[in-house]
Design a protein around this ligand. Structure first.
Ligand code: MG
Length: 157
């Protein structure tokens, strides 16, 4: 068994689309990013790569690489999972927390879990997405950033 942990943060800006686990959440602000800025998937990818001894998302997808501009993070996740499997591991469960002052993500959590279930090949019961605000504290609490934390458990194939 291996445990992996991942974290990500993106600045929020007006007029950007907000995706979390591939679900578009109606919002007047969204992440500034080279890709689609899906912080939850980026944290999850880092957790998967970390648990497998494969480094991190920045090594796999250098921000300066033009071919990743605007790319769906679900595609990046599928590529990361292929590397995880090639390294001899498969996921058993994941847990995560998204920190976002607004909007509230609860109405979208089930759809996010459905995407994660499909992408990770796990039952819904093995996946958790929790939403937290930052109680108005710091830049994230002021609505200027979105953060995500993710943990995965892997087993040897
Ligand atoms: Mg990111």
């Amino acid at each position: 068994m291996r445990v992996g942990f991942g974290y990500d943060i993106h600045r929020l800006a007006p007029g950007r689309r907000l995706f979390l686990a591939g679900v578009e959440i109606p919002s007047s602000i969204g992440p500034e990013a080279h890709s689609d800025g899906d912080v939850l998937l980026h944290a999850l990818i880092d957790a998967l790569l970390g648990a497998s001894g494969l480094g991190d998302i920045g090594q796999m997808y250098p921000p300066e690489a033009e071919r990743y501009r605007g790319v769906s993070s679900r595609l990046l996740l599928s590529q990361a999972l292929a590397k995880v499997k090639a390294a001899g591991f498969r996921p058993l469960s994941m847990d995560s927390t998204v920190v976002l002052q607004s909007p509230r993500i609860l109405p979208y959590v089930d759809r996010m879990k459905e995407n994660l279930s499909a992408d990770l090949g796990l039952p819904m019961a093995a996946i958790c997405v929790k939403g937290k605000t930052k109680e108005g504290v710091d830049a994230t609490g002021e609505g200027r950033a979105v953060e995500a934390y993710a943990v995965v458990l892997l087993e040897h194939l």
